[in-house]
Write a protein that binds this ligand. Sequence first.
Ligand SMILES: Cc1ncc(COP(=O)(O)O)c(C=O)c1O
Length: 395
Amino acid sequence: MITTKNLQQLAETHGTPLFVIDHDELRSNYATFKKYLPRVQAYCAIKANPDPAIVKTLFDVEASFDVSSIQEFNVVYENIKTMPEQERHEWIRDKIIYANTIKATETLAKLDKYKPLLTFDNREEIIKIRQFAPNARLVLRLLVSNAGAMVELSSKFGAEPSEAVDLILEAEKQGLTVEGLSFHVGSQTSNFENYVQAINIAALIFKEAKERGYDKMNLLDIGGGFPAPYDASVKPFSELAAVINTELERLFPPEIKIIAEPGRFIVATAGTAVSKIIGKTVRHGKLCYYIDDGVYHTFSGVIFDHCEYHFDSFKKGSTQICTVFGPTCDGLDVISKTEELPSNLERDDILYSRNIGAYSGATSTHFNGFPPAKVVHVNRYLLRHTALHPDYCVA
Ligand SMILES: Cc1ncc(COP(=O)(O)O)c(C=O)c1O
């Protein structure tokens, strides 16, 4: 973990706002995922944080990738562009899933030559894929319960389990092959029962497909949703993994390939925002701090990710509940109305917020002319094993 002292040094060296990425933590989260779900091939969902340096670190530890746009595909592609063509195509076939059920025709046309693995969840998409990516291999995404997740996805994606086999047979009729099923139980899921139910539903659909003469499915994609340890209420990953392993063992024989699309779990704890107080006042009797980063920038997860972030300060003192505002002129730019911070903080004092690596800087804007925070990559492994690299810094 990057220590408070390290953060202080980084703020002195680089100024603020800063978005510090700890690459040792990325490697450690990926290793934890693999350790507790050894049967599962982890396709890291780069939407959670598509920074090319993060993708490179995950590529170096032989991760696979979930992409959901041609731009994300290209970020991953950068790492393999010098591979010989056949090897590169094989790598893409094995290590990328395009897991956005709705795809632009241009995207399909660009991906087709790789025989890509794509998700879909409706008839219209089958027609589109047949026309623009006839060589694609398909994964049908199912609608499953997202109850208890911080971010629900079920209103937008997923075929009803009752229509699943009809869609699989329709795709087959159109000359396409459905290789398996996927689902997403909702992001930051605290309800482990969602995984149990979804795996059971998938097993029933495998069975129904076989009974109706379709025997080409060999893959189950258990999606994302794995919770990051934002606070003490989040149960350990090992507990969730044990539940998942039991169901997979019971319902899916070893020849069925199991994959997942973890996003938040891999990157959330690797990111820390470091910000500076630029203003202080009392409004309606409540202490308010204004800082140089906000919801249009690194803290965008407050709006888009339904996430609450907490602050610590280097300076200590007796605390009170305050509001923390971002720097823009918009009244929406409120990071927290219930933050417990020392009341003696002043202009230029530094605040930091840990566990902000997922769905945060990824949605930064230039609203009001304020640029996104400077990203600093702390990569101790790289520094230990190579000559000093200008993109990385010592903390
Ligand atoms: C299709 C898909 N896969 C994976 C993810 C990553 O989910 P998480 O960050 O909850 O692991 C998402 C998130 O929205 C998604 O939509």
